[in-house]
Design a protein around this ligand. Structure first.
Ligand code: GDP
Ligand code: MG
Length: 160
């Protein structure tokens, strides 16, 4: 290993991105996936999935005490979602930037929520908020055999 290669490998992270039921119902699946693809991140897992209540509660367990928690669980379990794993250097923070602020009215134009949504309770997409949660959420939403290791042919044109 060359030292510079080791240094850049260390920043490779994984994040859990999910298109919520409103994004699926509104036909935004391709649009959302496309933004992560075009940015240059690597897709490691992808499935359409109807989330059971217990999984939704586990995923959002930090928000259990919030008044909107029951509504949030109803929303996430109301129809199929698209579950994705994305990998790349700095992907966790970068994905949060691509997604935009939690409240779509405050999200910048150019972000997914800024361009495609109007209300916090229907904000189209989820993204992990830390590398630790990225790992935790990918383990939570994907089973063995549903994640893939592969090398995109464009890799040398995206990273030095
Ligand atoms: P995120 O990390 O930007 O998705 O935001 P949070 O982790 O704070 O909240 C998780 C999700 O809960 C949000 O994406 C919203 O779908 C939902 N949520 C957060 N705050 C509210 C709220 O005040 N009202 C409603 N209805 N939903 C909320
Ligand atoms: Mg969050």
């Amino acid at each position: 290993f060359l030292p510079h290669l080791v240094a850049s490998m260390e920043q490779v992270e994984e994040t859990y991105i999910m298109i919520k039921p409103d994004g699926v119902q509104r036909g935004l699946v391709g649009e959302v996936i496309s933004r992560f693809e075009k940015k240059g991140f690597k897709l490691t897992g992808l499935k359409l999935f109807h989330c059971p209540k217990d999984l939704a509660e586990e995923h959002y367990k930090d928000l259990k005490s919030k008044s909107f928690f029951p509504k949030l669980i109803d929303y996430i379990t109301s129809g199929p979602v698209v579950c994705m794993g994305w990998e790349g250097i700095g992907v966790v923070a970068s994905a949060r930037k691509l997604i935009g602020a939690t409240n779509p009215l405050q999200a910048e134009p150019g972000t997914i929520r800024g361009d495609l949504a109007v209300q916090t309770g229907r904000n189209v997409v989820h993204g992990s908020d830390s590398p630790e949660n990225g790992k935790r959420e990918i383990a939570l939403w994907f089973k063995e055999g549903e994640l893939f290791e592969w090398t995109p042919v464009q890799a040398p044109w995206l990273t030095e």
